[in-house]
Write a protein that binds this ligand. Structure first.
Ligand SMILES: Nc1ncnc2c1ncn2[C@@H]1O[C@H](COP(=O)(O)OP(=O)(O)OP(=O)(O)O)[C@@H](O)[C@H]1O
Ligand SMILES: [Mg+2]
Length: 1008
């Protein structure tokens, strides 16, 4: 008997093969479900060669999840669809989304159904498809919103029923799905969601993005990798035993041979066994299987050979249908297959049943229509591979033609499928059609923020256009579309080259309006790369073109864009002029959208300059026009600016109002990034008003979100606020950790780096200065302060220097008793603050001046002046700064022999510091009160125990072990001096006279 005897279609008489082996792998997968049930969602990547059993295992998992009443969503990627954005996600989730009543969908997506429909266009929702609103030119922000809405939907859905998402064959997936997968996987850590991804390890090598996503998720313990290898020989034996109901002795020899030739690959095993049965080599007689004597059996070496032989045995009609199904490449509906095959219905039906009998096609129903798929992806590849290039081209052309007719007027919404086949038809006469569909596919992808896919469609269109005659106008459009897509997908180098190409073409064709728009794009691109001078040159060329063609709208846009580069270069004068000109045009044109935009840009400009009145007036106008033109993003921006302004000027009511409004719009737009930016202001603002414990929680949450959203400029700023907060709460090490991270992330190590975000850098340096002030390292305060000032000066952003930097530096100078220099900075602080009308800075300057005079020699009138200035602080409120100063005031009262006034000041400070939760300063207040023989009410937690910091607890425990301070310092790896300080604090908190007493008391109260 030869190997050809094996190549028969299998018989239906065999029952489905049972699952063998894989106990360990199933264990891992069941744990995935167990964890997710407990609200610890995770992702597993399952990989291995083709046929190794990935799909089978995922099916087993799906069964188990269904048994536990989970919702299971299975999506597959196909080679054909690797350019279609979010294809496997759509495949997995559309059935679920479609099954939800519209009201439930609206609730679960919190009104974001239209965004979900943007992600999955074939989801028809009744919700009006809101026009995606533009947020200040940041495509990443828009994409984040989309992802965020989707994630929130999943999390809310899973609150009701746990959700298993299976994404199959990710080696074929589109880049956007991988981005979405990465985004979602990072944030399901506390959701009832489990994700299983499979990919073929042979193909994965080609997919860098897939590898990067897996690597990064595994690296942060959000995913597990599971690699499948062949089944062991014992499993092969078990499989034979169970399939044929035979004894181990009977099957042993065959099992050994099978194992040897298939190396335990289950697909190979299964197909070989089926062929043995199909050929009658193994046959059933009187209820038992016979034919086990196998001396002359030659097993095929490759599974492809098995498949190939099966295909070759098909009738010619069935063969053609298989070929066309392979060319279509995805699950294909009966109607489409009918259209593509162009066979009489009866012939098609008998061909299909032949293919099903031969275990080549699988039939299922999907939303009431019958669909077919290959029983195994390898089978499709084998069929397709056998076509040969010439025949493949012809068939792709035929499929494209039939599809176009089949879809009729709906063809454009299937542009990517059509383009795929047209391109593969490689027929020049079809090029114009291919270009049209590719451009449509590119536009669809871009609308869904799948810029890489868009770029790839448009690149192909561009290449086709290059090889034939194309209408110049169409060619110019195509170049610009491609440049946009490249730019949005982060390929700046190619984008730049394309924009230059577009610029040359437009110039040669004297197409001035086009040229003006292109120059603006070039300017924006250079700006985004930190090349401000080049950016300006392009804006100016654009301005010239717009002026020559009297294109006012373009001119106004160019002027507004230009201001951002001028801002970066610190040319405030030119910036003011450009904004003024842009505003004049916008007013002349009565263009509300443009007016909103120019006013918003002006509001921010004057905000950074600290010119409160102007900024307020522009922001108010921006708000009006944003409302009138229906531009929520511009309105958000205006509220944000107004919130900052009101906070800086101490207008608590207005601050709250604008924060609430900004939040409302962020909510409406489903934008986590805009929420974070509101958080930022809120945290900064609340830090001077109270409840630091609550605030610390809020900032921890915001930091986690900013990390997840990879916010490069926001994250360091949030870290700075948290750092300062921790310092105030007496958690110095934690504060330093936050500040160090902010320092690294912001690029502050290179303050001359023009790319660094000025607003972030100034705050990072202010944070560091405050840290050194806490540590009593005043020279370091001055060093950081001076760098921060230089950065702020370079850009003319007064608010940041007058708010934190200068006051911190002045205080350090007091400690250094360098009053002359302190006076100098006080003067500067007053001057800058008055120039920009910034109340907080003026009060700080007043306090500084009064303190400086008093510290040189205290007298009652000088002290009264300080008190008057500090009282003003409470009106802002600058509660923490005020309370700290009151401690100093109390000292001076004592110096002047006025114990009662000292106690009064200390009590006010004590109250404020307790309310804030400012532990380290609170301890100082207590000490001072004790020195005046007043017993401070010790601050206790709600259960009445004093608050010991974790470090203090550690140290007290070591004291109990009779360790000296020096030994403790060695154990904990910290400075000897610090151990002393911590013990001093602990003694105070425990009302103890020495370290031993403190430790004993802490143990007695079960604090350690
Ligand atoms: N442990 C197993 N026991 C029994 N049969 C198995 C086992 N694993 C897989 N099979 C069978 O082997 C065949 C191939 O498996 P499967 O389709 O899961 O492979 P795969 O890894 O998904 O391949 P591909 O990468 O090509 O999609 C299937 O028919 C499946 O039922
Ligand atoms: Mg598979």
């Amino acid at each position: 008997m030869s190997s050809s005897d094996l190549l028969h279609p299998p018989q239906a008489s065999l029952a489905p093969f049972p699952l063998v082996g894989r106990a360990d792998e199933l264990g891992v997968l069941h744990t995935l479900l167990d964890d997710a049930e407990k609200g610890r969602g995770r992702t597993v990547f399952l990989s291995g060669e083709s046929g190794i059993g990935k799909t089978r295992l995922s099916e087993e998992l799906a069964r188990e999840a269904s048994r536990r009443n989970w919702t299971v969503a299975v999506g597959r990627a196909y080679a054909v669809e690797s350019g279609v954005p979010y294809a496997p996600f759509a495949d997995a989730l559309l059935p679920i989304l479609r099954a939800l009543p519209p009201a439930t969908l609206a609730t679960l997506s919190r009104g974001g159904a239209s965004e979900l429909a943007l992600l999955f266009p074939s989801l028809r929702t009744d919700a009006p498809l809101g026009r995606p609103s533009v947020v200040i030119g940041d495509p990443a922000e828009l994409k984040t919103r989309l992802f965020w809405t989707f994630l929130q939907f999943l999390i809310r859905y899973a609150e009701k029923t746990p959700l298993l998402i299976i994404l199959e064959n990710l080696h074929w997936t589109d880049p956007s799905s991988l981005e979405l997968l990465h985004f979602v996987s990072r944030q399901i850590g506390s959701a009832r969601i489990a994700i299983l991804c499979t990919y073929s390890s042979a193909e994965r090598e080609g997919s860098q993005t897939l590898r990067a996503a897996e690597h990064s998720l595994v690296g942060v313990h959000l995913a597990t990798s599971l690699q499948l290898t062949g089944l062991p020989e014992s499993a092969t034996t078990e499989l034979l035993r169970r399939v044929f109901g035979a004894t181990e002795d009977t099957v042993r020899e065959l099992a050994g041979m099978l194992y040897g030739s298939t190396r335990g690959n289950p697909l190979f095993l299964e197909q070989t066994i089926k062929s043995l049965v199909g050929s009658g080599r193994l046959r059933q007689r009187d209820g038992s299987w016979q034919g086990w004597e196998l001396n002359d059996l030659q097993l095929p070496e490759y599974i492809r050979d098995l498949f190939l032989a099966r295909i070759q045995r098909l009738s010619s009609a069935a063969h053609v249908v298989a070929e066309l199904a392979a060319v279509v490449g995805v699950r294909v509906s009966h109607d489409l297959l009918l259209a593509v095959c162009n066979l009489p219905t009866d012939d098609l039906l008998s061909a299909i049943s032949e293919l099903r009998r031969a275990d080549i096609l699988l039939e299922s129903t999907e939303e009431q229509s019958i669909v077919y798929d290959f029983t195994h992806p390898l089978l499709r590849e084998t069929v397709h591979g056998e076509l040969g290039q010439a025949r493949a081209r012809v068939l792709h052309a035929r499929v494209a033609e039939c599809m176009e007719t089949y879809y009729g007027s709906d063809a454009l919404s299937h542009a990517s499928e059509l383009a795929y086949h047209l391109v593969r038809s490689d027929a020049r006469e079809l090029d114009p059609k291919a270009i049209a569909f590719l451009r449509a596919a590119g536009a669809h992808a871009a609308a869904r923020h799948a810029h890489r896919e868009a770029a790839s469609y448009l690149q192909t269109a561009f290449e086709l256009a290059q090889r034939g005659e194309t209408d110049p106008e169409q060619r110019a459009d195509l170049i610009e579309e491609l440049a946009h897509a490249k730019q949005n997908s982060g390929d700046f180098r190619s984008a730049l080259a394309l924009w230059y190409q577009a610029q040359r073409d437009a110039s040669a064709a004297h197409a001035l309006p086009r040229l003006a728009a292109i120059e603006r794009r070039l300017g924006n691109l250079h700006y985004s790369q930190g090349r401000f001078v080049e950016a300006l040159a392009h804006y100016d060329m654009g301005i010239a073109a717009a002026e020559r063609s009297s294109d006012d709208l373009a001119l106004a846009k160019l002027l507004t864009s230009k201001t951002t580069s001028l801002e970066a270069l610190g040319d405030t004068k030119a910036q003011a002029n450009a904004l003024r000109d842009a505003l004049a045009i916008a007013e002349r044109l009565h263009d509300k959208k443009l007016l909103a935009r120019v006013h918003r840009a002006s509001a921010l400009f004057y905000l950074w300059l600290g010119m409160k009145d102007r900024s307020t007036s522009h922001a108010t106008h921006a708000l009006e026009f944003a409302r009138a033109s229906g531009e929520p993003a511009e309105a958000w921006s205006a509220h944000w600016a107004l919130a900052v302004l009101s906070a800086l000027t101490g207008d608590a009511i207005a601050t709250k109002h604008h924060l609430v409004e900004a939040r409302r719009i962020a909510d409406e737009l489903h934008s986590p990034v805009l929420h974070l930016r509101v958080d930022e202001i809120e945290i900064e603002y609340k830090s001077s008003t109270g409840d630091w414990d609550g605030l610390a929680e809020q900032s921890t949450r915001s930091i986690a979100l900013a990390r997840a959203l990879e916010q490069r400029t926001l994250l360091p700023r949030l870290l700075v606020y948290s750092g300062i907060l921790s310092l105030g709460r007496g958690r110095v090490e934690e504060g330093k950790r936050y500040l160090d991270e902010a320092f690294t992330l912001s690029g502050a190590a290179y303050p001359d780096n023009r790319l660094g975000d000025v607003h972030t850098l100034v705050r990072v340096y202010a944070g560091m200065a405050i840290y050194y002030l806490t540590m009593g390292e005043y020279d370091e305060v001055m060093r950081c302060g001076l760098i921060g000032l230089a950065v702020a000066d370079r850009s003319g952003y007064a608010p940041w220097s007058v708010h934190r930097l200068l006051p911190t530096m002045i205080e350090a100078l007091f400690w250094k008793q360098d009053f002359a220099l302190a006076d100098f900075y006080c003067k500067r602080l007053r001057h800058d603050s008055e120039r920009v009308g910034q109340q907080i800075g003026v009060i700080h300057a007043e306090v500084g001046e009064a303190m400086s005079a008093m510290l040189r020699g205290t007298t009652q009138p000088l002290l009264d002046k300080v008190i008057a200035a500090v009282d003003k602080m409470d009106t802002i409120p600058l509660a923490f700064d005020g309370a700290r100063l009151r401690l100093e005031i109390a000292r001076r009262h004592v110096e002047l022999g006025d114990r009662d006034s000292a106690i009064r000041q200390l009590n006010i400070a004590f109250e404020t510091l307790s309310r804030l939760g400012a532990l380290s300063e609170l301890e100082r207040a207590k000490t001072q009160l004790r020195e005046l023989d007043v017993r401070p009410r010790s601050r206790r937690t709600s259960n009445g125990t004093p608050l010991l910091s974790p470090r203090e607890k550690e140290i007290l425990l070591l004291v109990l072990q009779h360790k000296s301070n020096k030994e403790i310092a060695k154990v904990l790896g910290c400075a000897h001096r610090n151990v002393g300080k911590h013990l001093e604090n602990a003694c105070r908190k425990m009302d103890s006279h020495n370290r031993h007493e403190a430790a004993e008391r802490a143990r007695a109260s079960e604090l350690i």
